[in-house]
Design a protein around this ligand. Structure first.
Ligand SMILES: O=P(O)(O)OC[C@H]1O[C@H](OP(=O)(O)OP(=O)(O)O)[C@H](O)[C@@H]1O
Ligand code: HPA
Ligand SMILES: [Mg+2]
Length: 178
């Protein structure tokens, strides 16, 4: 028996529409510039794949993996790089692609880290933003949906590594024992 109940929060149709809108904005904003998308594994993999195809200028793509959550629903607060970028980003325009900003600790660490490598610009694109949980401020340049303080899964986002392949985004609530 499942110990959680799932409630749909953002449908695949809503996501598809939003990805198109954000892609259009990025296409306009970076016209004439060399843009590198940096996806943060694993959560952003699915968003990155869809977003990249909605951008109509040439882009390069790279990935980083960091972890602060492990298999818990609470951030440990300590960010570790598990996989670094393959190339030097000095002088490049970087757009970090994230699935969700929660406490902000992950992106605060990554933006600092990439800025120190001498990128020309480092901007942030996130599909979901959960502002109520923020511990550090992060400047968000492209934002899909603002969501309430609920644990979410689907469209790349996991709970204990499961549910990433769900096409919609759900909030997970623990079932009450009676
Ligand atoms: O704003 P924060 O509180 O730091 O949380 C957001 C981060 O947490 C999740 O990643 P996680 O570390 O769980 O790895 P995953 O992407 O592999 O699931 C999510 O994908 C974000 O990267
Ligand atoms: O709501 C969430 N769900 C899954 N992983 C997460 N990492 C930060 N917030 C979340
Ligand atoms: Mg996770």
């Amino acid at each position: 028996m499942e110990e959680f109940t799932k409630k749909i929060l953002v449908s695949s149709e809503q996501i598809e529409q939003k990805v198109k809108e954000i892609g259009k904005e990025i296409t306009e904003d970076y016209k004439g510039k060399e843009l590198m998308l940096v996806g943060i594994l694993k959560g952003a993999a699915i968003f990155m794949a869809d977003l990249a195809r909605s951008i109509e200028i040439p882009v390069t793509m790279d990935f980083m993996a960091v972890s602060s959550y492990g298999s818990s629903t609470k951030s440990s607060g300590v960010v570790r790089i598990i996989k670094d970028l393959d190339s030097n980003i000095e002088g490049k325009h970087i757009l970090i692609v994230e699935d969700i900003i929660d406490t902000g600790l992950t992106l605060n660490y990554i933006t600092d880290n990439l800025n120190k490598r001498g990128a020309s610009s480092v901007k942030i694109c996130t599909l979901l933003d959960k502002p109520e949980r923020r511990k550090v401020d992060v400047p968000v340049d492209y934002r899909g949906f603002v969501i309430p303080d609920e644990f979410v899964i689907g469209y790349g986002i996991d709970y204990a590594e499961k549910y990433r392949n769900l096409p919609d985004i759900f909030s997970l609530k623990e079932k009450k024992c009676d």
